[in-house]
Design a protein around this ligand. Structure first.
Ligand SMILES: Nc1ncnc2c1ncn2[C@@H]1O[C@H](COP(=O)(O)OP(=O)(O)O)[C@@H](O)[C@H]1O
Ligand SMILES: [Mg+2]
Length: 250
């Protein structure tokens, strides 16, 4: 259970990116954060992972305030949060399985991590995870020889390698064609449903958010303007969230 309570962030240049944002997320829930470009979606996601520090508010992960955590506690919390990136963040010259194994680095000693020493069981897990995302035939393919959709599935397998409780993903499909979008979203959904991993996805497109989410938070101009289930997101609510950004609605 993750509870975001009243968080605000003003960037160094004085721009107030988010204002008193509050919402909570149940375990295993697929939550989408929607809103137009510049609304503050990425800022919210970065706050949850404490990649940026908010000015005020609380982020409670199983009742522990992430913002009050010391370095060691924060490392433990972060180990439970997997990230999936818009641009995949893979090492192109390495194979799919080597990229997935990187997801285990947080649990290893610096030396064995640096030397690429992985145990047999880690290698078996990485191969099984690639199989889970439909890439069983591409285990030894170099990442830069894969399609965008395949690269994103390697990114998902790498996040799972960390055995996370939560996966955060900022516009995971923004660089993908419609067909790959469906495949990647289907796997993210499967993870939430079958592995009971909470998925928090920033999405620009409302139709995709409605199709896959259990819970949607709409942000406009740094504030929550919708918080509910997909079927509660009426056309009027959508206009509230997107204003004149019609591109996202179509
Ligand atoms: N590092 C930063 N410094 C100053 N302003 C920023 C920074 N990052 C984002 N912003 C601004 O904060 C607002 C929210 O940005 P962001 O969270 O990236 O929105 P979204 O992800 O919804 O597009 C935007 O106006 C953006 O220009
Ligand atoms: Mg963003």
């Amino acid at each position: 259970m993750l509870e975001i309570k009243d968080i605000s962030k003003t960037y160094d240049n004085g721009h107030k990116a988010i204002k008193n944002i509050s919402f909570s997320i149940a375990d295993g829930e697929f939550l989408s954060i929607i809103g137009p470009s510049g609304a503050g979606k990425s800022t919210v996601l970065r706050s949850i992972n404490q990649l940026i520090t908010d000015d005020s508010g609380q982020i409670l992960f199983n009742d522990q305030d992430i913002r009050q955590a010391n370095k060691q506690q924060l490392r433990k919390i972060r180990a439970q949060i997997g990230m999936v990136f818009q641009n995949y963040n893979l090492v192109g010259r390495l194979s799919a399985i080597e990229n997935v194994l990187h997801g285990a680095l947080g649990r290893k000693s610096t030396i064995s991590g640096a030397l690429g020493w992985y145990t047999l069981s880690e290698k078996q897990s990485a191969a099984a995870l690639l199989d889970l995302v439909g890439l069983g035939d591409f285990i030894y393919t170099r990442a830069n020889e894969l399609s965008g959709g395949q690269m994103q599935r390697v990114g998902i397998a790498r996040a799972l390698m960390q055995e996370p409780k939560i996966i955060l993903t900022d516009e995971p499909i923004a660089s993908l064609d419609p067909q790959s979008t469906t495949v990647v979203m289907d796997y993210l959904k499967k993870i939430a449903v079958e592995m009971n991993i909470t998925v928090i996805a920033n999405l620009h497109q409302v139709e995709i958010a409605k199709k896959y989410s259990d819970h949607i938070v709409g942000i406009n101009n740094g504030q929550v303007v919708f918080n509910g289930q997909p079927n509660e997101l009426t056309p009027a609510q959508i206009v509230n969230v997107y204003g004149n950004d019609v591109g996202a609605i179509e």
